[in-house]
Design a protein around this ligand. Structure first.
Ligand SMILES: NC(=O)c1ccc[n+]([C@@H]2O[C@H](COP(=O)([O-])OP(=O)(O)OC[C@H]3O[C@@H](n4cnc5c(N)ncnc54)[C@H](OP(=O)(O)O)[C@@H]3O)[C@@H](O)[C@H]2O)c1
Length: 209
């Protein structure tokens, strides 16, 4: 493997389990946030803020100094607030598409929304960031030259620079992997069953040895 491969040493002061939990959701979150130009002065709503991609998207958006609204269920409101969300919305009580608020970016981090539903909650020039549903690939093409756009960053194309960026954030204490449960490798089937419930908070880790 070449010296430019997207690899880095484990961040100093971080355990193996936490390091393993930054290999997936956070990379996907970063691949979406970069083209959506999430930065100071811009607003983002992260839908599904308690999932693997969602917990990462909230923390990274916060790091990029955007105004962050996080949408999750009742039991995770405090968690996502602690990750840096400026506002939180409980999806079991409120429908963010009906409250009149608008955003520069809506990140559907759990694949439960659609561009059609979110379009009215986007500012002019707004971006709907998708993580699921291949129809979003067509929508991304179709909206390319329109005012409001769909971005679907698959496959994720990340570089050594991205991995080193995340390593640096962890070492600086500016990013933490949220781990819900840990399973020994022998219980991989149980672990997958739990992941498949769609209700994990953050990440699930398999431990070896
Ligand atoms: N993670 C990856 O590496 C990866 C790779 C490729 C594609 N994807 C796609 O990206 C999407 C997100 O993946 P993920 O692994 O980050 O998800 P995840 O961690 O499995 O998401 C679980 C979280 O989603 C929340 N949730 C479930 N239903 C919801 C709803 N209707 N509204 C709001 N929140 C809801 C749950 O909270 P409650 O229990 O409170 O509902 C739970 O905390 C999926 O569609 C997946 O197929 C993921």
């Amino acid at each position: 493997m070449g010296q430019n491969a997207a690899l880095a040493h484990k961040p100093a002061g971080v355990g193996f389990e936490e390091a393993a939990a930054v290999c997936d959701g956070v990379i996907l979150a970063l691949m979406g946030l970069r083209p959506a130009e999430v930065r100071k002065g811009r607003s983002i709503l992260v839908y599904g803020a308690s999932g693997s991609i969602g917990t990462a998207a909230v923390q990274l958006s916060r790091h990029f100094e955007a105004d962050v609204t996080a949408v999750c269920g009742s039991k995770n409101l405090e968690l996502v607030r602690s990750l840096g969300a400026d506002q939180v919305i409980d999806y079991t009580r409120e429908d963010f598409t009906a409250d009149g608020q608008t955003y520069d970016v809506i990140f559907d981090a759990v694949g439960k929304q659609s561009f059609r539903r979110c379009r009215g909650s986007l500012n002019p020039g707004g971006i709907y960031l998708a993580t699921d549903d291949l129809r979003n690939l067509l929508l991304a093409q179709w909206t390319r030259f329109r005012d409001k756009k769909v971005i679907f960053p698959i496959p994720p194309r990340y570089t050594k620079r991205d991995v080193l960026f995340l390593k640096g954030l962890m070492e600086a204490g500016q990013y933490r992997a949220v781990i819900d449960k840990r399973y020994p490798l022998a219980e991989v089937v149980e672990a997958n069953r739990y992941v498949d419930t769609g209700q994990k908070t953050g990440n699930v880790v398999l431990t070896v040895g």
